[in-house]
Design a protein around this ligand. Sequence first.
Ligand code: LLP
Length: 418
Amino acid sequence: MHDFKFKNNELYCENVKVSTIAKQIETPFYLYSHHTLVDHFTKIKEAFKTVNPLICFAMKANDNMAVLKTLADQGAGFDIVSVGELKKLQKIKADTTKVVFASVGKTEEEIIAAMNAKILFFNVESQPELDEINRIAKKLKKNAAVALRINPDVEAPTHAKITTGTLKNKFGIDLATAREIMKNQKKYANIKFSGLHVHIGSQIIKSDPFITAIKKVIEFINSLKADKIILEYLDIGGGLGIIYKDEKPQTAQEFADAILPYLKETGLKIVMEPGRFIVGNAGIFVTKVLYIKDNGVKKFVIVDGGMNDLMRPSLYDAYHEIVPLKRKATEQEQVDIVGPICESGDYFAKDRMLEKVQKNDLLAIMSAGAYGYVMSSNYNVRGRGAEIMVKGNKFEITKKRERFEDLIRGESIPSFLK
Ligand code: LLP
């Protein structure tokens, strides 16, 4: 559930009318509900309480500092993929000992920064990366804690661009190589082998693929036990699906009920990395109708937000529900809802039934809290809109709209062109 609801035909975020915000803040913008974030985090925590997992929010889904602070205040750790993400956490004074660091291409700078920040462990994605972490740790005269990211070669039924757990994907280490590494632990004098990590993809709505992957990992853990190799952590990644349209995803409790017996069997401390589950339905994107155009074949609702602001529909054909901020209960019509960008792929919905709207009407693109703002760009020299958070009956800008000066910062004409 989330806190974006209609009351008297007006969309509210918690106790604030979204149209009231739009009167004060230029569209388009992203809007997040504090309460939904806390609620979703709590749902996972409660569902898994018997193993008391460390829940590391996958901040790639949303790195707005207000979102991060909200979750840090709830006791969340974080799953990071870059030194930039780490620095954001340091900026909000999050506890970096509760950070895990994945990414197939960690640089020396990133490895050093993470070691200095005393992160919980690196999720290591290849043997050369492990060699590199070992080398750097030795140079720093430290030990680096790692979890090998296992690629279990499991197909997750989701969009091809967001499946990660098969050997056709670049992620993780195949089981045979992982076995070799674990057997030759002594080669890595400055590595502490803390655990294993597995993440098979995103927007997965049933527990079966998770179970298949976990079973493979358990087999692997058992084979290590036979070699007297004992680990401390099992990081089961993220990937829990949410409702965008009419999906019937497992609830956190159903997921927990299905997977907990396997997790308990490992006897390891559990780390989880949910992203979308926590933040996906905690955010919307608000945009204004600029023009309506009917070319005899199609009717287009042209809005002031574009694919540069929210890429998911054009990148993954993702469905996002679209509703007017004020329902007028007029008849519905079939339209394409498109942005101003010079690409045919710049749309939010195609052939969608929408209540008749007119110029200056405001629309909310729902479930835009995960992989929304973070994947936006300045394509067509468009400044990104603001990000706003609501808590109860209060709202505040947490990131300002980008102005032209922000967009050209650092850019100059080379001397040979002057
Ligand atoms: N852990 C790892 C190692 C990941 O790669 C990801 C997501 C997560 C956790 C969090 O997954 P989640 O719980 O959010 O499903 N941009 C795409 C999604 C890309 C997911 C990348 N990795 C989208 O908009 O659907």
